[in-house]
Every structure is written in structure tokens, then in C-alpha cells.
Design a protein around this ligand. Sequence first.
Ligand code: LLP
Length: 427
Amino acid sequence: MPHFSYEDGVLYAEHTPLTDIAEQFGTPTYVYSKAALTENYSAYADACRKYGRGESGALICYSVKSNSNLAVLNLLQQCGSGFDIVSGGELLRVLAAGGSASKVIFSGVGKTADEMRLALSHNILCFNVESIPELHRLNEIAGQMGKPAPVSLRINPNVDAKTHPYISTGLKENKFGIAYEEALATYRIAAVLPHIRVVGIDCHIGSQLLDDAPLLEALDKLIELIDALEQEGIAIHHLDIGGGIGIPYEGGDSVPVGDYLARLFAKIDEWRRLKHGASPIQVMFEPGRSITGNAGVLLTEIQYLKHGAEKNFAIVDAAMNDLIRPAMYDAWHQVLPVIQHKIPAETYDVVGPVCESSDWLARERALAIEQGDLLAIMSTGAYGMTMASNYNTRGRAAEVMIDGVNVHLIRKRESPSELFASESIPG
Ligand code: LLP
């Protein structure tokens, strides 16, 4: 069900008109729908249940980097989610939001010694280790702390995710994971390190995949490896397939989560059935975008309409510092006027006030708009606020969560004085 839709020419988030949000909290503001977040999480959880995976059979570890607001994390932990983190900061956020470290997996190529200590002290579920030097550092720290570190090796299966090169991670040339050819040798090292406890295997081949074929290809390669490892007596208790499926920013379809999971579980069940008597393997997912992406919009106000010789510009109060995806990946986000006017549409580039030509949010859009109107930049719940910066000394946007007619401010707008409060002048 769409959670952002028009009623009598006004765009609503659930049962709340976006005009009310702008009036109450100003703009730019990120607006999230609680129902959309819950529904998107449930698509994974329901499919896991449907294919016979209870708590111990599957674990959904929401990828915190896509949207790390405490209210979002708290909601997902209430739904039963675990968390995929990539920094000590994200771990502290998860804990502050009421999440349990026992459902946290720690990914990332550059974990520092301090981050490892923090994660070990909280007894996280697993470290997704991405290199041999990282394995040695973790072994050493776990030894010092007298706590064996549960480890999964992130294997780079050399599968083309067919997504934007900046968010493709599973090819040989990418910095991520352990090369497929070196996987067995690396597991042999891990298996004999005294303070490492091998528990799993994982991969993540990229983000915004609209087709699940590359994910299933990666799964085949992990299955082959697990078989080889089991022959050597190295037991693998969980298999983590990485991030979720992409979302259809430009309309059209992406693979429904339930269909993807049906194919994935069918493959796993068939494989385990053929290995008579093999113990069940826990399956893990690290979805981010497919849970938060279409659950959020960025609400912004048009400051000026500028009609040029070549182009028309709608200059809005949101900018690349609030939403960097268009500048960084050429990403396309739908732009909707919050109030539908009966005036002729004109073609505009929607741009922000930042002093860069890359500060654009949408290009060549037919919009029936006037100065002072509100616009909603759609599907910005993932990698919107988490990638925001303070460039041009712009405070980051407010965030609100809508629950029917109830509106919760879940992060207040940053004030300029907060931005330089921790700076000092020498002397
Ligand atoms: N697990 C790992 C190890 C990851 O690196 C990522 C995303 C995920 C899970 C979650 O993937 P998802 O389900 O969201 O596709 N800033 C970019 C996306 C970067 C994704 C990085 N890794 C964007 O705005 O499109």
C-alpha cells in the first residue's frame, strides 16, 4: 500500500498532510512513514517464516548505514531485527536504540583496534572479516581480552552485480572481501588461530540490484565453498548473503523480496537435502535500502523560480548536503509537488543553494509549481540523511516519523551555532 499519496490534491504521509509537517517543523525535513518501514521489514520476516525459518533459521540484520536514526533502529528492533554495522559509532547507536548486541554483525574493511575491543566487550554476534591482516589483529585483541571472536569471512565471489560502479562491491577489482581463490587458504588460517572461532561465511556484491540473478549466482559460489570447507572439517553455521534487493526509483518493478527469498531458500533447501543428514544452516540478510528507501521523503520549499535562456531552475532549500545521491551517483528521485496546482507545467532543474554545479536534486522535470510551493523528493529514506553533511555550514535537516495522524520529531534541525560549537580559536 502506498504510504505517500494525494488526497484532494494534497500529498500525505499516511494520514498526515505534508503541508502540516512543513508548517510545524520547517524545511528541509526528512519524513518517514512508520507503516512503510514496518511493512518493508515484514516482507523479509514473512518470507523467512513462510519458508520454515524461525529465529534460529534466519536472521535479518538491518543495515544501519542506510538510515541510522534511533527511532528507525528502535522500531526495527521491536520488529525483531538484528543489525549490520560498519563502525563503533553504529554499534553505540544500535545499543542506544535498545538493540541487542547478540544480533549485531560487524562488516567493513577497516575496523580499528578500538572498534574491535568495543564490539568484543559487548559480545556481538559476529565479525565479518575482510582480510588476513584484519584476522590477525582480531585474534590478538580477542586474546588480550580473553574472549574468542566469532568470525565469518567476507568472500568476494567475483560476480557482477550490474549496478552503479560506486556501489558494486563483489568484483575482483573492488577493495572488499577476500578473493574467492584465497578463501579456503584464509579459512585454514582462521581455523587455527587460537582466539578466532569460525562461525560463518558472507558476501555482499553490491547495492541497488534490481534483479536477484547475481545474488543467486553468488549464493552458488558460497555453497561450493561451504562444501569444500566441510570436507576439511571446518564447520559453517551461518551463511550471510549481504544486502537486500534494490528499489524501483523510476517506477517499474524490482524483484519482490518474497520472490527473491523463495528462490534463495529453494536453492539452499535443495543443497542441504542432497547432503543427507546435513545440519540446517542459518541464513542471514543485511538489507538496508529495501527497508528504508521508499519509506522516506525529503520535504523542501521552493525559494525562487529562475527562468534562464537555456534552462529553468527551481531553487529549493534542500541541497546536495542534505541529499548527495544525485550529485554522487547521478541518482534519479521522483519529485512531487505537495499541492497540485491547475497551472501549466514547465520543465525545471531542481537545485539547491550550495555553491557547486553538482548541487542538483533532479533534472528536466515537468512541474506545475510556483515560488513558495513545497516539493517532496521521493524515496529518500535510505542513504539520504546518513550521507548528509554540513557543507556551506548548513545544519542538517530535521527528521520526523509519521504514524497515521501522529507526528514525532525524531531529530531536531541542527542550528548553525551547534555546527561550530566544538571549534576553537588558538591563542
Ligand atoms: N551489507 C554491506 C556489507 C554493505 O556494504 C551494504 C551497503 C549493505 C549490506 C546494504 O545494502 P542495501 O540493502 O542497502 O543495498 N550510498 C549508496 C549505497 C551504498 C551501499 C553500501 N553498502 C547509495 O546511496 O545508493
